[in-house]
Design a protein around this ligand. Sequence first.
Ligand code: DGJ
Length: 720
Amino acid sequence: MIRIDEEKLIFHLSSPAFSYVLAVEDGRLLNLYWGAPLSCADLNYLLPSFTGGASFELRENRLPLELPSVGTGWYGEAALQAENGDGNCVTSPVYGGYKVLPHKPELPGLPQVHQEGAETLQIQLVDPLTQLEAVLSYTVIGDGLARSMQLVNHGGQSLCITHMASACATLYGHDLEVVHLRGAHARERHVVRTPLGQAAYRIESQRGASGHEENPFLAAVAPNAAEHSGDVWSMNLIYSGSFAASCQVTPGENTAMMIGLNPATTRWLLEPGETFCTPEAVLVYSERGLNGMSHIYHHIYRHCLCRSPWNDRQRPILINNWEATYFNFNEDKILDIARTAASLGIELFVLDDGWFGQRDDDHRSLGDWYVNARKLPHGLKGIAEKINALGLQFGLWFEPEMISPDSDLYRAHPDWCLHAPGRPRTEARHQLILDLTRPDVQNFIIQMLTETLSSAPISYVKWDMNRNMTEAFSAFLPANRQMETQHRYMLGLYHILEEVTTSFPEVLFESCSGGGGRFDAGMLYYMPQTWTSDDTDAIERLKIQYGTSFVYPAAAMGAHISASPNHQVGRHTSMQMRGDVALGGNFGFELDLSRLSAEDLVTAKSMVEKVKRLRHITQNGEFTRLISPFGDSNYAAWQFTHENQVLLCCYRKLNEPNPCAARVFLQGLRPEAAYIDEDGHAYSGSALMHAGLPMNFFPRQDFTSRVILFTRQSERKLPS
Ligand code: DGJ
């Protein structure tokens, strides 16, 4: 909802979960409040508390600026900064008016959230000297706030935009803690929580991808905030490239929080009359702790982001051959695995890397997207039809953004990759990155995918991307636009994705980047699911899936049963444990099914049946974290709640001698109602939430799990 006090120029954006209040003072747009919902937004009485009695300090440096820029008294991080023709960087955006639109305007070429009937507040600020206009857009989506900025150069001079944040807000106080999702390849999105202290805290990616190392998400939390209670303010960027996010204690002892494109990697030349749009950020406040925040993100990203019809469809159980064969397969081997898969009830076969060109290892052939006739003598159509005949859909792996120096494509177009003249081309995994700023390269990829997807019955695409940018220089761009290369690459990628996903709406697309190196809302806009991590070990996955769930819904996470001992960490775990972890996401297998023991085959089959019985809950239910696997915790637990069903998933890492049974406390149940488990035991909702359920149900071994389905029986009340 948007309420405006025209006289006092107070803007109040709200939902039942939050209020966000802006006011204009002396030409500056101020963020007076962001937090729990307010009935009245006239907060101008707070103003003196920001500026205090400071005499030496410049007033501007104490104000809760909504669009801080450097040069007229603000000494913190700039949300907007432009260099004009004389090299002068002073930027001074002054309030110029507002508009309320009855819809959410399209952000051209960028992924974004959408909601029927959502109104948008646009506030205009103008720098009087350069006539650079910044239009700040605010749309309440679900219980979150979508924010972006559009820049228009109305002046007569070229401007170089050096800072262009998507969102900036001021939080009351200086004793907050920050939470973010840190990682590495095969160890993505581990939860980090640390006191902000009196410092500036900054996370970023300069890699040309959102990255394994940091996710474009930052939260500031009250020191007493926990999973189910306390204040949380958070920002997530709908973007898949380099970004920066920061929290900084201001001289007025408040906390300025910001997210957007990374100024270290992006500068943008704005000629007179030109426009630039930042990516969109989603801001979420929760007074119900980190789970409260996650519920809001999950709701928005499940219902207001991805447009694929697959977003709402039941996702197929798949078998992927990567960890089964790596590059070493032929048609017989693939059909062998597929036959066993069919007998287990698996629904989709995904043929991973190695089906094209001369690709027998990772040294060559990216770009040569024609079938390897030695491995697949009957072509893609032949293998796909044989797999279909077994009762499975057929899916295919691509890495469309890449080029191997040893490829026909590279020999034909050596300047199609990102490279800096006069410098060596840095290879990673023996490959280079195609220059997606170039329209000819974009068209090549669109045409290649269109032809391949039309040539055979392909129902699923795994879109991989296995290295980060170096020499981010484009032969297509002039010298004064080279710092635009990274962002123009992302716009090129989004253009390709838009074309391909809208031309093939029936294909289920899954994004991947060396596992979860580009697990972000930008990719989720085009593809409803992402491969969560190359680490498929069940114990490692507890942390990875737990951390990923801070922002992204379970229906977005690919999770597979792989071999034991695990290929990444060598750990032995039971098929049951691996399955119980994988059912927390889009379930699949990634191992040589044709070599499973008879016992494991039975378990695998019963896992498939179990997932078919439960996936409407895991895909559509509300996901709540109960016990964190981080720190010294020996346990992890989460729950899915869907209509009258609650699925409790509990995991124990190591067996312990003679312990007192730890308990798990469920969340959000109806206190009075009876919840019946599959053995017919009845519990009251209040008992499950407040007395908890003793976790003495684990078998006497390491790495064990238990998944319990409760059904609420509203007609039945337990005796008091
Ligand atoms: C990285 C992905 O994460 C893996 O699942 C697999 O597809 C390989 N790339 C193939 O090269």
